[in-house]
Structure formats: C-alpha cells, structure tokens
Write a protein that binds this ligand. Structure first.
Ligand code: UT7
Length: 368
C-alpha cells in the first residue's frame, strides 16, 4: 500500500475556513484525518508504489505479470488507461493493462475479473490495484463531500494455485437508476469541459449523502450474505470482514444486521477517510501487517459506491503471516529491473520520435 505523507486533520480543515468541526466529522463519520497527495503525486505514481511493494512481498518478477487491472475513478487522464503507465513503469512487458471504473466497488470488481481470468486458464499472474487521487476532484467548499475523502493506493497479486485456498466466490452488482447520486457531472462526453463547467465546479464530486447512506447500510450486509452463501459458508465462519471505508455508522449498521461483533470488521477510516477504490486494499494490507489474518481463515471483502455498484469477495486466506510481512529491505534485482524499465520506456519514446522525423525527412526528399 501507499499513502501520501501529508495528513490533514479535521481541525485543519476547519481552520482553513470550512464550516465544519472535528466533533461533527468524527461523530457522523468516524474520520479524524485523511492523507492528501502532494503536488507531484498522481494516481499512477501511488499505484506504482503500491505495486512495487506487492511485487516485493510476493517476491514476483514483473515480467511474469499477465494482466494489470487498476480500479480507479481518478485516472491520470480520461485516456489512456493509467494502468498502461503502471505496466510501463514496472517493466511488465507481457501484461495487458486497463483501468476499471466501478466507483468504490472497483477493487472488488477487479478481483472478480482477475480471479475469472486465472480460472479460465488464460492468465497466471494478475496484478490488481486500487488507487485514487480524490483530492483533485473535490470541491473544497462543499463540506458535505470534501471532509470525507482521501488519497492512496493498495495492490495485490493473484497467482494461479492448485490448493483449496484463495478466492472462493465473488458477487458484483449494479443499479444505474442511482447513477446521479454520486457523480462527477462534467468532463465526460455528456458534458465536455467549458469555462462554465469549471466555474460551476462540475468537475468535482457531487453526492446525495443521505441516499447513498441508505443504500450502503442495506447493501453491505446483503452483499456479504450473498457471497458467504455462494462460498458455501455460514456467516459465523467469517473471521474478518474488510469493508469499504466510507462511514463508521455504515459499518456499525452492517455489523448489527449480520449479527457479527464490530471487532470482526477492519476499520481504518479514522486515519485515511474514504479512499474509494483504494480503501479495501489499504485496509486489507494493514490487517495483514497487524497479524489479524491467519492462513486458513475465511475473510470477506465488501464494497459499494458510485454507479450505484456493489461487490463482495470470499477468500480463504493462504499466505503465512511471515510471508506477507511489510517489505523491510530493497530487493536490488527488482530495483535494477525498474531502472531498466525506465530506460526502456525512454528509449522507445525517443526511437518513436526519431522514426517519425526520419519518415518525414524521407517523404520530403522523395517529393523533391
Ligand atoms: O464511497 C462512496 C459512498 N459514500 C458514502 O457511503 C457516504 C454516505 N453518506 C454519509 O456517510 C453521510 O450521509 C454523510 C456523512 C455524508 C452526511 O451525514 P448525515 O448524518 O447524513 O448528515 P446530513 O447530510 O443529513 O446533514 C446533517 C446536517 C446538515 O445541516 P442541517 O441541514 O441539518 O442544518 C448539513 O448541512 O449536517 C450538515 N453538514 C455538516 N456540518 C458540519 C453536512 N456536512 C457537514 C460538515 N460539517 N462537514
């Protein structure tokens, strides 16, 4: 996982002139701080940093990756996919790469696709990333949204295995009748950027908080129950639930509906707020690092968000705690591979440019 260094507290937001308070944000959401990207940090950079860690923890070769799926609503650009920049930076020369936009459910959607790509026999090693720079699409004068979100990235590697462990079941769903409830109205083909759209801050997140809240409290429990049934488990068999980190009250409500103690849920939104597609992999990573997940245990990842979308994944965890510890040293070989990837990218760009110049020159001489 990767989160920007800059942490901004609720009090700091109030001190910046926003009509809010630490008390309101904490009691209504559970959020105390959020980490915000610095000027030079982008979704691609954070995704690459998280991918570096995932490759190191899994001791995997980037050249063996078959597919990279980057779940995000804040791609570096509308086009191309940010996943392609990640592929280039990692030197993942065999990998296909694309972005997936399923709102805050994006990571769970991506896991479901990755699992099916592996189960089909087509792919062996798939890198799944959730990364967001939401601070760039927030209206910092809208207290109903800007206090909620933060930036960051998390990544996992999925590998084909013969064992009985790994992803046991997935569910994904969508209800587009709620597409207006959580939306960035402008910047797409329906409302291209104009001076007016910028002036009206239509390139920022708009949310009907109460409607999304109502949807979230129901769907979190429902999606969890569905995936547990699909996996052939009972709800009591679930050792840990890693939910999308939107609001502590939503998680508490799911805990009540599922009749599971709230301690069985991973909660880190106090520190990071809602990082959309990055929230589940960041929470998963922290749970692993804290030793909260043991091999053989059943865990559920569950998300919901813009679309409206939802999704859940049932996993029998198979990685021993030692194997999944935070990377503590730099692997020189992998470091060299990344330097090589940078050089390869640079020379390919230059060669492409020189080829264009050469063709133009030849064309010019031919016409003379
Ligand atoms: O990841 C995507 C999914 N997103 C979510 O899951 C978000 C779901 N929604 C929520 O978590 C909650 O609806 C919010 C946290 C966004 C809002 O909490 P709420 O308890 O639903 O508050 P509200 O919208 O009903 O607003 C209550 C009052 C309003 O004032 P009045 O009209 O009662 O005078 C708001 O203007 O709280 C006011 N308010 C604030 N006050 C201080 C709204 N935002 C703030 C704020 N600071 N930041």
């Amino acid at each position: 996982m990767y989160v920007p260094k800059q942490a901004v507290s609720n009090d700091e937001l109030a001190q910046r002139g926003l009509d809010t308070s630490d008390e309101w944000i904490r009691t209504r959401t559970g959020i105390a701080r959020r980490h915000l990207a610095g000027d030079h940090e982008t979704t691609a950079q954070m995704a690459i940093a998280a991918a570096h860690d995932a490759l190191e923890v899994a001791d995997a070769d980037p050249r063996e990756i078959d597919l990279i799926i980057l779940a995000t609503v804040t791609s570096n650009h509308l086009m191309p996919s940010t996943a392609c920049m990640v592929q280039d930076a990692l030197g993942a020369i065999r990998a296909g790469a694309f972005d997936l936009n399923a709102g805050c459910s994006g990571f769970v959607y991506a896991l479901s696709l990755a699992q099916q790509a592996i189960a089909s026999g087509e792919h062996n090693l798939v890198l799944v990333i959730g990364a967001e720079t939401l601070s760039r699409v927030l209206n910092w004068e809208d207290r109903g949204t800007c206090v909620l979100f933060g930036d960051g990235a998390g990544a996992v590697l999925l590998r084909a295995t013969e064992g009985p462990a790994g992803i046991q079941a997935s569910v994904i769903g969508s209800d587009g009748s709620g597409s207006n409830l959580l939306i960035i109205p402008a910047g797409g083909s329906a409302m291209p950027a104009t001076r007016d759209t910028v002036d009206q801050k239509l390139h920022c997140i708009q949310m009907n908080g109460q409607e999304v809240f109502r949807f979230a409290t129901t769907i979190l429990a429902q999606a969890t129950e569905q995936v547990v049934t699909k996996a052939g488990w009972q709800i009591e068999d679930v050792a840990l639930i890693v939910p999308h980190q939107a609001n502590m009250r939503i998680i508490a409500s799911a805990s009540k509906r599922l009749k599971l103690p709230v301690e069985r849920f991973v909660v880190n939104l106090e520190e990071y707020g809602n990082t959309s597609a990055a929230s589940i992999p960041i929470a998963l990573c922290e749970a692993v690092q804290a030793g909260r997940i043991a091999p053989g245990e059943n865990i559920v990842l569950v998300g919901f968000g813009a679309g409206l979308t939802w999704g859940a994944t049932a996993i029998k965890w198979s990685v021993a705690p030692g194997e999944a510890a935070a990377p503590s040293y730099r692997n020189v070989w992998r470091w060299l591979l990344y330097r090589w990837a940078g050089l390869r990218s640079f020379t390919r760009q230059k060669a492409r440019r020189m080829l264009v110049l050469f063709i133009r020159k030849a064309d010019h001489l031919g016409r003379r």
